[in-house]
Design a protein around this ligand. Structure first.
Ligand SMILES: [Ca+2]
Length: 499
């Protein structure tokens, strides 16, 4: 980032024009591009080849990244499923909506606000959901194929993908709270259980999701309007269940744990966000390696399903008129600082993979700070739709033209505390306790500087920035402070008429 000092808030006029040119489809008619939004559940960027993982095979996601813009510093707004998804789908920070539990966010924003998909639906798009887009319990809703916390107003059609989860036939294990290995088989529920499953992809929820997406893409080829198709894969959320063939490339003895540095946890506050440790989960080293193995198998399974969907898009001739987005609702720890899973506000948990592939745009890697709630206004901009004024995200479409463009100085994420992350610094604020990291000198976050007197000025500036950010977020139209925003172009935004 040191060489990327260009700060351009405005896309040059010509570039903006190019962005908004409608795509001419095979029938010769002009219409806005389709949107294919793919979201994996609990997927950390560090597990993907295109983000530097040299073990986990993700050729299809890597291929998408090679064609699109890969964002290296994209962050979720909450490090748990429900509030992260409510935030990205409705375009508000959890601090504004108070949507912090297992909710779609609809109840919190009210009936007069349009979700991301609903906005496209109202502007001439056919919208569809497959599986988990708003919050669904995994495996509680996935097992029976329930809607979970859906928002029906968002979709013309919605499909669920039931799956056996930890009850899938195959070789199952329970890795947590099973120190002597006496509990045989895969325990049910939201646990570190694994199944090397018998049978093909269609045994599982994600296999059915991919096949439904393929069916819809075929069907939508002759649609008289563009589509907004949201495809939610539930892996690598636990239980870590996938066809056995996806486990085969990852022998457990070849799995490498992150370094366990002596004293690493001594300066990490005992906050609820930091308690999913190997010790608390009672996982020995072998079980930790098995967990990584099953996580990689699950990621490779999702990658294969993503590949099926993208191949169908290409074979149907729709790749050149479809914006493809791939991301996750938050990241995940795979043993860093001896932590596992989500909730933590450290880098591996708060950062998400984000790839945006827009037909005709040059491939790029973008290091600018971005947030998941930027997706709503950005895709609206890319498709020539108005950007609703109530949205709290930013239009980052300029980054797709020039990856040096920046639209924000800091990101905000949250769980049991909050993360305020600037270009150089990460402040993890828990109220009385906290963590401060120099992300240029210490990207793995080994040395908490918060009590070092020489960083007092840095800390004060970050706290002021955080306070200011929270004040901006509080100034929203949900609490009566602002007049209700109507859909319309943001000041200075060039808009194509919606079709
Ligand atoms: Ca999740």
């Amino acid at each position: 980032m040191k060489d990327s000092k260009i700060i351009s808030m405005k896309v040059p006029f010509i570039a903006a024009l190019v962005f908004l040119l409608p795509i001419i489809d095979t029938s010769g008619a002009e219409r806005p591009p389709n949107v294919l939004f793919i979201i994996s559940d609990d997927l950390t960027a560090t597990a993907l080849g295109c983000y530097g993982n040299e073990v986990c095979a993700t050729p299809n996601i890597d291929g998408l990244a090679a064609r699109g813009t890969r964002f290296t510093r994209a962050y979720c707004q909450a490090t748990t499923c429900g509030p992260s998804r409510a935030s990205l789908m409705f375009g508000y920070y959890p601090y504004a909506t108070k949507a912090t539990g297992y909710t779609s966010g609809r109840e919190e924003v009210g009936p007069d606000k349009d979700s991301w998909a609903q906005h496209f639906r109202k502007n001439g798009y056919h919208t569809a959901r497959i599986s988990k887009i708003f919050h669904m319990g995994v495996p509680t809703d996935i097992g029976p194929g329930r809607d979970g916390e859906d928002d029906p107003a968002s979709w013309d059609e919605a499909f669920n993908s039931p799956g056996p989860e930890s009850k899938a036939p195959g070789f199952g294990e329970t890795l947590q709270n099973n120190p002597d290995g006496t509990k045989l088989g895969a325990a049910g529920g939201n646990r570190f259980s694994t199944v090397e499953a018998e049978g093909d992809h269609l045994v599982h929820s994600d296999g059915k999701t991919a096949d439904k997406a393929i069916e819809l893409i075929h069907r939508y080829k002759d649609l008289d309007k563009p589509f907004f198709l949201a495809v939610g894969f539930v892996r690598p959320h636990v239980p870590l269940v996938a066809p056995a063939e996806y486990f085969a490339p990852y022998p457990v003895e070849a799995m490498v744990l992150p370094p366990k540095l002596p004293g690493d946890r001594a300066d990490i506050p005992d906050n609820p966000a930091n308690r999913r440790t190997s010790t608390n989960l009672e996982m020995n080293l072998l079980q930790q390696k098995k967990l990584i193995r099953a996580y990689y198998a699950s990621v490779s399974f999702v990658d294969a399903m993503v590949g099926k969907v993208l191949t169908t898009l290409e074979e149907n001739g729709q790749r050149d008129n479809t914006i493809v987005i791939f991301t996750s609702d938050h990241g995940y720890h795979l043993g860093e600082h001896d932590m596992w899973s989500k909730v933590s506000l450290h880098e591996e948990s708060a950062r998400v993979p984000l790839i945006i592939c827009v037909p005709g745009k040059e491939p790029a890697v973008c290091h600018s700070l971005t947030e998941l709630l930027d997706l709503y206004p950005t895709t609206a901009s890319l498709c020539g739709l108005p950007i609703p004024k109530n949205l709290q995200g930013q239009d980052i479409s300029g980054m797709l033209e020039d990856p040096r463009v920046q639209v924000r100085d800091a990101i905000l994420s949250s769980s049991k505390g909050r993360l305020y992350r600037t270009d150089q610094w990460a402040l993890l604020d828990y109220g009385k306790a906290g963590e401060l990291y120099d992300m240029e000198e210490d990207p793995k976050q080994y040395t908490n500087l918060i009590d070092h007197p020489e960083y007092a000025d840095v800390l004060r500036e970050l706290r002021e920035g955080l306070t200011e950010k929270l004040r901006e977020i509080e100034n929203n139209d949900l609490n009566g402070a602002l007049k209700s925003a109507s859909a319309g172009p943001a000041p200075g935004t060039t808009i194509m008429p919606a079709q």
